[in-house]
Design a protein around this ligand. Sequence first.
Ligand code: TYD
Length: 202
Amino acid sequence: MFVVLEGLDGAGTTTQLGLLSERLTSEGLDHLTTREPTGRLVGRTIRQILAGKLLRPDGSSFDAETLALLFATDRLDHLTHLIEPALAHGKWVISDRYVHSSLAYQGMEVDRHWVAKINAQARPADLVIWLDLDPEACMERVAARGGERDIFETAEKLKLFAEGYAQSFALRSDPWVKVSGEGSREAVAARIWAAVSAARPS
Ligand code: TYD
């Protein structure tokens, strides 16, 4: 089963992916835990761009179209080298972000139908969990976390991308469910496990 966690920066996808992984382990389910951008060549390049550390030779920032294409490239590489082989071995795959991140984020900066098109080769997930938390709460968590912020971690952008998520699900056929990201880590993890259990083929 291929499960994806989606949500704004600060919504808790990374924490919840860890808790979901622990749960799968305790259930004896062999799985691959992964994320986008990946740690592979294109994914690492994207992270440098997001951190503001990689600019064009003339010193300008990369445009949103180029970034959308890089995310789509990283995704196909992710599928070919990590996701598909794990699924073929009968493992579960749980990913922190996938196509809906591109639809929600890049889709608010360039034509979202074009973003859907360049990601059309990316197979549907079996379940996409949209971890929903309002952008103000996400921003507070991002601020509390400290450290360096990426170029998308501003209150204004997160508000825009929240709208992007709301519009992204109609563009794909992947089954999805919205789970509230409010409350304790354990409470959210229990909601996620309930959603995964309900979607799991018997
Ligand atoms: P994030 O997942 O928060 O990773 P980290 O924990 O290293 O900060 O950061 C990835 C950022 O990339 C996040 O702001 C969402 C963005 N993103 C897109 O804009 N489009 C995409 O397709 C993906 C996968 C991520």
